[in-house]
Design a binder for this molecule. Structure first.
Ligand SMILES: Cc1cc2nc3c(=O)[nH]c(=O)nc-3n(C[C@H](O)[C@H](O)[C@H](O)COP(=O)(O)OP(=O)(O)OC[C@H]3O[C@@H](n4cnc5c(N)ncnc54)[C@H](O)[C@@H]3O)c2cc1C
Length: 232
């Protein structure tokens, strides 16, 4: 963010958009040509293009009124079956259980959709297979050649969590691990993401990390440390 600000990019945080104004509305409101957005505090920003990225909402209109249970999405059981027997839902539209939070809800990302599709297909074909559950929040991005990955619960609330963090601004490095009862429940990796696999596996498996807890934050912590505990 600091780098991007240095290049003149302005970040406006904590202030929502009140209105997206077309050229007609802009002219009526301000008496001059233009189009763009008006923020909650009244600030106007001219814009040629407005991109809205504020979450997802499945289109469930098709099945409303069919008798199938619908919340924000379509709740399914462990076999991806909806409230109507032999009808399955998978992907962005399905509500499943998050292994980290235990909450039932949407997990609208591609790997979850693919896994749910596969499990639904097995069950539709008569092979009874439970869906193991997924971590709802998983993001992998790269900003200006700085890779970043986040997974699970990264902004914990309450006193039940322990946060381990290492921030080294000089090398654009940040690592944050969130623990609950010695189980890793969330991570943010910025700058060095080579440990995303091992941390991700610990989160998904809900593994007890006390045997290697003292090494967990080290940059060389890897599967080798886990396997060595199993072997010896
Ligand atoms: C801008 C954007 C960026 C994203 N980036 C990422 C990312 O970086 N990583 C990631 O993991 N995920 C990302 N996602 C999410 C990912 O695309 C979805 O999780 C995934 O595509 C879900 O697959 P799906 O099959 O459930 O739904 P979709 O891919 O939405 O497929 C549903 C299909 O059903 C069709 N359909 C809808 N209604 C009807 C109807 N009545 N009759 C017939 N067909 C119908 C639609 O046209 C569509 O083709 C992104 C999504 C968006 C929009």
């Amino acid at each position: 963010m600091r780098d991007m600000q240095a290049e003149g990019i302005r970040f406006i945080l904590g202030r929502g958009i009140k209105e997206i104004a077309s050229s007609g509305l802009w002219g009526r409101l301000f008496g001059r040509s233009g189009k763009g957005v008006i923020l909650e505090d009244g600030e106007r920003l001219k814009a040629e293009v407005v991109i809205v990225a504020t979450g997802t909402r499945p289109n469930v209109d098709l099945i409303r009124g069919t008798g199938m249970t619908v919340n924000r999405g379509i709740p399914v059981n462990d076999y991806m079956e909806t409230s109507i027997a032999d009808i399955y839902a998978a992907g962005d539209v399905a509500e499943t259980k998050d292994v980290v939070t235990g909450k039932v809800g949407l997990t609208p990302i591609w790997p979850n959709a693919a896994a749910q599709g596969r499990i639904s297909a097995y069950n539709m074909a008569g092979c009874r297979r439970p869906y193991g559950g997924m971590v709802g929040m998983q993001n992998a991005v790269e900003f200006r050649e700085i890779p970043a990955i986040a997974m699970g619960l990264t902004q914990p609330e309450g006193n039940n969590y322990e946060v381990l963090a290492d921030y080294q601004p000089d090398r654009n490095y940040y690592k944050k691990l969130v623990l609950r009862d010695n189980i890793l429940v969330g991570m943010i990796l910025v700058g060095a993401i080579h440990q995303a696999g091992v941390y991700g596996a610990l989160i998904k498996k809900r593994a007890e990390i006390s045997p290697y807890r003292h090494r967990l934050m080290r940059e060389d912590f890897s599967y080798a440390h886990i396997f060595s505990r199993l072997v010896y």
